[in-house]
Design a protein around this ligand. Structure first.
Ligand code: B16
Ligand code: MG
Length: 218
């Protein structure tokens, strides 16, 4: 199997931009309205998981019927979309623009692999829609991370094998998905420390040459 690196695949929230705060404020508003205790700390468990799984984790074992679940997810998403109006290219995380440019410069293909159904809108607001050759989002596959499906779908679109691609992720579920699929991994932030092939505290710390020297053919 060829193993020279040919592509980078990026998670969105926590890697390209930080929409976690907007997700938090939207879930918090819903939780407050419904009388469910929900803290910033609780929100950490929602990082990188699907909207449905986020609702489940917010409910912490409370049971609601399907119609209510759908209505609550819709409401949360309306609150979230209102926050997205605040998003501009200035909200790219530090280091992202340079990393994408450097990768493009040396001929790597670029993909996005996000659990979010709003990924396209977020990229548009960041003026990054054209930066990616393939866009995998919350509509692309049925099984969310930690299933391998999304990253495999993106790799297929990029026409590379998993062994030829490096996944950048800030969430445990995302690193697990990538590893299960046979991708190389770069972990960003505290939640992925010790789980990925290469780890950096922030995207601004990432050095592409260093990453490439540690993975693939090295
Ligand atoms: P949506 P990522 C994830 O984005 C978020 O981290 C997670 O908090 C959110 O629940 C999920 O997207 C679904 O988002 O409600 O917009 O479809 O990290 O996979 O880019
Ligand atoms: Mg993420």
């Amino acid at each position: 199997m060829p193993s020279g690196i040919r592509a980078l695949i990026f998670d969105l929230d926590g890697v390209i931009t930080d929409t976690a705060e907007f997700h938090y404020r939207s879930w918090k508003r819903l939780a407050d309205e419904e009388g469910i205790p929900f803290t910033r700390e609780d929100n950490e468990a929602l990082r990188g998981v699907s909207r449905r799984e986020s609702l489940n984790r917010m409910l912490k074992g409370r049971s609601i019927d399907e119609e209510t679940a759908q209505a609550w997810m819709t409401r949360k998403n309306e609150y979230y979309l209102a926050h997205l109006d605040e998003l501009t290219p200035a909200h790219r995380l530090p280091g992202v623009t340079r990393l994408l440019e450097d990768a493009r410069h040396i001929g790597l293909r670029l993909g996005l692999g996000s659990a979010s159904k709003n990924a396209r809108s977020v990229l548009e607001k960041l003026a990054l829609l054209d930066a990616f050759d393939a866009l995998g989002d919350g509509f692309s596959v049925v099984n969310p991370k930690p299933a391998v499906d999304l990253f495999v779908w993106v790799a297929g679109r990029l026409a590379v094998y998993p062994q030829q691609a490096i996944v950048f992720e800030d969430a445990e579920a995302g690193i697990e998905a990538a590893r299960n699929g046979g991708f190389w991994t770069v972990g960003i932030g505290t939640a992925t420390r010790g789980l990925a092939d290469v780890h950096y505290d922030t995207m601004a710390d990432v050095k592409l040459a260093e990453v490439l020297s540690k993975v693939g053919d090295g």
